[in-house]
Write a protein of this length. Structure first.
Length: 83
């Protein structure tokens, strides 16, 4: 594996790293948006040690789509169509 990395030009190596990093940030932002959070949280993954805390906090914060609304009334009722 190191032979492949050593045979690359520096710009090729940086291009591969930037593509992988971009894909990771876009996919993570999409997951955060689907979870009801701001996709900007993904920027915390760029900082060492902060990324561990960010993932830990994300795992334990309230999940609006899974836990229901924050007003304590529970999940919204679906119309059964019995009208």
């Amino acid at each position: 594996m190191s032979d492949v990395v050593n045979s690359l030009e520096p710009w090729q190596f940086y291009l591969i790293i930037s593509v992988v990093l971009t894909y990771t940030l876009v996919a993570g932002g999409w997951v955060l948006a689907k979870a009801g959070r701001s996709p900007l949280w993904i920027l915390l993954l760029l900082f060492p040690y902060v990324n561990i805390l960010a993932v830990w906090a994300f795992a334990y914060i309230r999940w609006p789509f899974a836990d229901g609304p924050a007003d304590g009334r529970g999940a919204p009722q679906q119309d059964g169509g019995d009208a």
